[in-house]
Ligand binder design. Structure first.
Ligand SMILES: Cc1ncc(COP(=O)(O)O)c(C=O)c1O
Length: 410
């Protein structure tokens, strides 16, 4: 017997929860750059958000030893006791925050931590305040979880930092979370204790609003900046703070997929429910490697930070010599977020007008063969992000090409 199929029914129909969520612009640019490279073009990619350094040897050895010991099976749902202990100890040692083991959770990258947390806490229509520019995934994750991202522009003049009056105005009865990221991807702006204080005072007045802090770049800070996390600054808020972190950036372990968080037990438990039906547990080998990263020698973290600072200085000073581009000196992470407002309205040699930062990024890719990410991808224009997690020779060459391409705009 044949079954008559309605053609429309056989077509894939995406769920409404992803209707407004696109493929990451960063990944798209990366794919275009890769295709150009395959055609033989000398493309330099300054788009990727991962350290060019290798995972430290002691971490790799720990992973191999775990395999040899047979640690290749499922682990406890939200992290091995060894890794949870290492994380709790890290929070005490580096952040002066005490989390018990039942207040610690481990997931497949900090991205899954964010996902678990929003999935576990957001009902349709709940609002999440996100200072802008923001890491592109934040708003998409909130939307997939049924929430409403409330984007607050924090422009360069304010150091890309959220101000207390902006926060106060954005809070409504529907606000569930404020999501902070310091140092920030993409702006590199970081919040000192004095910067955080007025924001935390606002939150103290609004007990229904929780605070999620993404501390992923805590070790990549410059010029003696003292990293601090809100749960340490304001213990009265600790019961509604989720402190998110991971090993991806500090230990060059993006592919190992281990992220973690500390927070109040009821939230941590709810996040474990999501994880139990999504991934069961993070990778056993990745977790063994993360234990070594967090408990082993830390000297290379400082060495790499110094290396990133030298590259930051190269990029910032080169960008600021280009008429029409203005770049603030970031306090952390490995990105510059430069204002390209002076390029908007100019015309390329082929007659194309540079109308937006996206057009400017396209122009740099096509003409200079340098891949950067437009500010629009991070919710603030006209800017462009450079990731300087790239060797100095390549960086210098890329900046020379960017300067030449800018000169050709009239
Ligand atoms: C601010 C920020 N948070 C979280 C992540 C995700 O990290 P993970 O590799 O642990 O998922 C990234 C990655 O680019 C990031 O930039």
């Amino acid at each position: 017997m044949t079954i008559a199929l309605n053609v429309a029914e056989t077509h894939f129909r995406p769920a409404s929860r992803i209707a407004s969520v696109g493929v990451s612009t960063i990944l798209e640019i990366g794919a275009r750059a890769a295709a150009m490279k395959r055609e033989g073009l000398p493309v330099i990619v300054l788009g990727a958000g991962e350290p060019d350094f290798d995972t430290p040897d002691n971490v790799k050895k720990a992973a191999k030893a775990a395999i040899e010991r047979g640690e290749t099976k499922y682990t406890p749902l939200d992290g091995t006791p060894e890794l949870k202990s290492a994380i709790a100890e890290k929070f005490r040692r580096e952040n002066s925050v005490d989390y018990a083991l039942n207040e610690v959770t481990v997931a497949t990258g900090a991205k899954q931590i964010l996902f678990n947390a929003f999935m576990a806490s957001i009902d349709p229509g709940d609002e999440v305040i996100i200072p802008t520019p923001f890491w592109t995934s934040y708003s998409d994750i909130v939307e997939i979880c049924g929430g409403v991202p409330v984007l607050i522009p924090c422009d360069g003049a304010a150091g890309f930092r959220l101000m207390a009056d902006q926060l106060e105005k954005a809070i409504t009865p529907k606000t569930r979370w404020l999501l902070m990221n310091s140092p920030s991807n993409p702006s590199g702006a970081a919040y000192s204790e004095a910067d955080y204080r007025p924001l935390l005072d606002v939150l103290l007045r609004h007990p229904h609003v929780w605070l999620m802090v993404d501390d992923m770049y805590e070790h990549i800070v410059y010029d003696g900046f003292e990293f601090v996390t809100p749960a340490a600054i304001e213990p009265r808020l600790k019961e509604r703070i989720l402190t998110v972190n991971g090993v991806s950036k500090a230990y060059a372990m993006t592919g190992w997929r281990i992220g973690y968080a500390g927070g109040p037990e009821p939230l941590i438990k709810a996040m474990a429910v999501i994880q139990s039906q999504a991934t069961s547990c993070p990778s056993s080998i990745g977790q063994a490697a993360a234990v070594e990263a967090l408990t082993g020698p830390q000297t290379f973290v400082g060495e790499r930070r110094r290396s990133f600072q030298r590259r930051r200085d190269i990029v910032v000073s080169a960008l600021n010599t280009i008429p029409g581009i203005a770049c603030r000196t970031p306090q952390g992470a490995f990105y510059t977020f430069a204002d390209c407002g002076g390029m908007i309205g100019r015309t390329a040699p082929n007659g194309k007008r540079i109308a937006t930062d996206t057009a400017f990024a396209d122009y740099l890719l096509e003409t200079a063969h340098v891949a950067v990410v437009p500010g629009s991808a991070f919710g603030l224009s006209p800017y462009f992000r450079i990731s300087y997690a790239t060797g100095k020779t390549e960086l210098r060459e890329a900046l020379r090409r960017i300067a030449d391409a800018c000169k050709m705009l009239s």
